[in-house]
Design a binder for this molecule. Structure first.
Ligand SMILES: *Cc1c(COP(=O)(O)O)cnc(C)c1O
Length: 428
């Protein structure tokens, strides 16, 4: 079993740091040999040894339609025959910009980039330029890509001035970043008052997905909106996961809070590398060439990525899609909860829309500190037991499972059946 994956991983480790091109793929926190994937269709992926898995990774979020959906394949094929990159404007960039601004009214102008990281990096630069301030508020456990100034989760307690999570990041860069516990609006208010006229932006995942799924407490985002207005601070929603995931209008539509700037990625590229940032015209007009804030990209608005994104959004826009994915997710989350209870394992299942996380924790998970009370050894056992049974969950406790439009009732039933056994395995 996993023979080819093992051989490939051994080869990869001699060539690529840790054998992977993005760290979590290495399975370090769950153990075992990472699977090398050969193909994906619908709700399933198949590895190089021919093992098939029901997939809840969804490429970490982009694949809301499942793997290689027909409309995306068709769009890509026809674009490939026309060319893959021109370094000049194309009609489809305008079409995608129209689709995004129509879906998310707070985005009046939008700039396409190549990744979520580029989107948040550019949004921060823009916010600093626009406000002529330097400090940034973020939240513990929120991930905004590997942007230097945002690689901070900070210590516990009240607003710690940022220390970088990674060597190579200048303390000076992170010193301007203040990280606060998620859902703690009280501390945000204190920090804003202590740093009057110094905070450029508050950046937040409106529903957190990168410490596992963690929901905003009632009123949390509304308070951020109110406080940011009072202090002349820009509110940036990082909707790289939630954009077109929680609804066609993103988390801001579901939760009814409008940010000044929004970052997008993942779904809007339909499985190809993409990102975007946008917002009010008065802010976006600071971006070059309309304004002085420089930001560019050789492959930005790439024709293949844009074609895949348009095809994805068109499919999502059809009536009933979100309701369908959500029903599947609720059915799955409910089944998993019952299975865990029967196995006598305390879990907290956080679920919104098609996002969920099974935390092996005994009290509700409302921020990163609570998330970290999870029994990660138990998660590792559960993950591996699921994998052996043909179900691919994210290889870390602190990630989100994604249900796609391609998942069927049979998939859900099989997943719950596998989980009954996997929870038992994790109990021992
Ligand atoms: C994935 C992610 C990013 C980074 O996107 P990349 O395309 O990986 O650079 C940023 N913010 C959030 C919320 C994400 O989930």
């Amino acid at each position: 079993m996993n023979r080819r994956s093992k051989v490939l991983f051994a080869r990869a480790q001699k060539l690529i740091p840790g054998g992977v091109n993005s760290p979590v793929r290495a399975f370090r926190s769950v153990g075992g040999n990472p699977r090398f994937i050969r193909s994906g269709k619908g709700s399933h992926v198949v590895d190089v040894d021919g093992e098939s898995y029901i997939d809840y990774l969804g490429s970490w979020g982009p694949l809301i339609l499942g793997h290689s959906p027909a409309p995306v394949q068709a769009a890509l094929k026809s674009q490939i025959s026309l060319g893959t990159s021109f370094g000049a404007s194309t009609e489809n960039e305008v079409v995608l910009a129209e689709m995004i601004t129509n879906a998310i009214p707070s985005i009046e102008r939008v700039r396409l980039v190549n990744s979520g990281t580029e989107a948040t990096m550019s949004a921060i630069r823009l916010a600093r330029a626009f406000t002529n301030r330097t400090k940034i508020i973020k939240f513990d456990g929120c991930y905004h890509g590997h942007v230097d100034s945002l690689l901070v989760k900070a210590g516990s307690g009240v607003a710690t001035l940022g220390l970088p999570d990674s060597p190579g990041v200048q303390p000076a860069e992170c010193g301007a970043t203040i990280s606060i516990p998620y859902n703690d609006a009280e501390t945000v208010q204190q920090v804003l008052e202590l740093n009057r006229a110094e905070i450029a932006a508050i950046i937040v995942e409106p529903v957190a997905g990168n410490m596992g799924t963690v929901l905003p407490a009632k009123g949390f985002l509304q308070r951020l909106r109110k406080l940011s207005r009072e202090h002349g601070v820009l509110l940036i929603f990082d909707e790289v996961i939630t954009g077109f995931r929680l609804s066609y209008g993103g988390a801001q539509e579901v939760l009814n809070v409008k940010p000044d700037l929004t970052c997008l990625g993942k779904i809007i590229g339909g499985g190809l590398p993409v990102g975007a940032y946008g917002g009010h015209h008065e802010i976006m007009k600071w971006v070059a060439p309309e304004g002085p804030v420089y930001q560019a990209g050789t492959l930005s608005g790439n024709p293949l990525a844009v074609a895949a994104g348009i095809a994805t959004l068109k499919t999502l826009k059809k009536p009933g899609t979100y309701a369908k994915i959500e029903r599947m997710a609720v059915e799955l989350a409910t089944g998993l909860l019952i299975a865990a209870e029967r196995a006598g394992i305390p879990v907290q299942i956080n679920n919104i829309g098609s996002m969920f996380t099974v935390f092996f924790a005994s009290s509700p998970v409302t921020d990163f500190q609570k998330a970290k009370t999870s029994d990660t050894d138990r998660y590792a056992k559960f993950f591996n037991a699921m994998l052996e049974r043909g179900v691919y969950f994210p290889p870390s406790q602190f990630e989100t499972c994604f249900v796609s439009l391609a998942h069927t009732h049979n998939d859900i039933k099989s997943t719950i059946q596998a989980a009954r056994e996997a929870f038992k395995a994790a109990a021992s």
